[in-house]
Design a protein. Structure first.
Length: 410
């Protein structure tokens, strides 16, 4: 069994900087933090660099190619918020160290004709059965929950769990932000029943919300986390409501920016990004959703700051999907780094932003084997030139990536 010692690098362990510290990995795990490199170890000189836990994107829609792209940017885990990579469908991905690992909600609870159906052409199926591209299962189709009544929603929860959903997602969206007002939407009774059933079965619950009203519905139902942030200016009432309920928030600031007509041109122009993107992702990143041009990104940043000041757990997520310009402004892996920059722009310290992409996400999603640099955990690691705990843009200075201790080939 080979042993690798990363020496001379500053270490951010997912929660705090440790200074210059040796980290030893063996058999896919971190076996030593501190001390000297053991005799016979392959030594990686990390001088001038910072070693981070592998980053986690807490909101994606993905496939195998996208997971490979994410890993190139040091994102070692993606959390799918609608898709097919449930426990019984991702065996090949779990064992493939050339792609990011993945967890999945399976399909979310939404009424027939509800969000996200309005986003796609009638014959377009972005989240079809996992296959060679998805790295999964060719058997029975994915389970689609029934959200037509409180009873149906409650009955769907054990089915989702049995079909391998790692957490349960609820769509609370009438289409107004996406330019399709009047979409069928979960009512409070159906939402309450679904969340209560999930709690009974010990499942984590998350909600898609883009408005304060939808956020209030989710919190009143007892949701564990919000995987979007509302687009309106924050109010003291909604910030206090989220704080008091101990709900976590994945702001997906980059998605809200795209909704407001802001493209990813600036990110795409960065040579550290351009060198890793193909033409399809470059074109997608340079586009945007553009459905909510009346919105102001500063309102979203103000909400992020207010939540952070209130002590709410913030998680880094992007809502990146497939390389299509109408889903634009985002790219797997790359947009995680832009989200980190947005969090710092909102007023978080670089260390707080990094926690939001590592230890905090692992803790809130019960991923106890990752998100930190500590003995016994997975050797999911990102080595970057510079010091992102003081200059957040240094996260893009990738020197090396490891997934379960396997060094990603350049």
């Amino acid at each position: 069994m080979s042993t690798t010692a990363i020496t001379g690098a500053r270490v951010f362990d997912g929660e705090k900087p440790l200074g210059v510290t040796t980290v030893v990995i063996e058999g896919g795990r971190i076996v030593q933090v501190g001390g000297d490199a053991p005799p016979g170890a392959e030594v990686v000189d990390g001088s001038g660099a910072t070693l981070l836990p592998g980053l986690i994107d807490a909101h994606v829609h993905t496939d195998r190619d996208s997971l490979a792209l994410a890993l190139k940017f040091g994102v070692t885990t993606e959390l799918e918020m609608q898709g097919v990579h449930t426990r019984d469908r991702r065996g090949a991905i779990s064992e493939d160290d050339s792609v990011a690992d993945v967890r999945s909600s399976g399909f979310a609870l939404t009424p027939p004709g509800g969000h996200p159906s309005e986003l796609f052409p009638e014959d377009f199926h972005p989240f079809g059965p996992a296959d060679g591209a998805g790295g999964g299962h060719r058997g029975e189709p994915p389970y689609h929950p029934d959200a037509t009544s409180p009873e149906a929603a409650a009955a769907s929860i054990p089915q989702l769990i049995a079909h391998g959903s790692d957490y349960i997602k609820f769509m609370i969206d009438d289409g107004s932000v996406e330019g399709h007002p009047g979409l069928p939407m979960l009512d409070q009774a159906t939402l309450n029943a679904g969340v209560a059933a999930a709690r009974k079965h010990g499942a984590l619950t998350v909600a898609h919300v883009l408005t304060i009203d939808a956020t209030r519905m989710a919190v009143e139902a007892g949701i564990d986390g919000l995987v979007h942030l509302f687009v309106e200016p924050p109010t003291d009432e909604i910030i206090s409501m989220i704080k008091d309920a101990e709900v976590f928030v994945v702001p997906c600031t980059v998605l809200n920016a795209s909704l407001m007509g802001i493209t990813g041109d600036q990110l795409a122009d960065d040579p550290r990004v351009a060198s890793r993107l193909g033409t399809d992702w470059d074109a997608t990143l340079r586009s945007c959703f553009g459905h909510y041009p009346q919105g102001k990104l500063q309102d979203v940043l103000d909400s992020v700051r207010a939540l952070a000041d209130a002590g709410v757990d913030l998680l880094v997520g992007t809502d990146v999907s497939v390389p299509m310009p109408f889903l634009g402004g985002l790219a797997h892996g790359a947009s995680v780094h832009q989200e980190l920059q947005h969090l710092v722009q909102a007023g978080l310290t670089p260390a707080a932003a990094l926690r939001a992409a590592t230890a905090t996400t692992a803790r809130r999603f019960n991923l106890s084997d990752r998100g930190r640099i500590a003995e016994g955990l997975r050797a999911d690691l990102l080595l970057v030139d510079g010091d992102p705990t003081t200059t957040i843009t240094d996260t893009l200075n990738t020197r090396a990536v490891w997934r379960r201790g396997a060094h990603l080939a350049a």
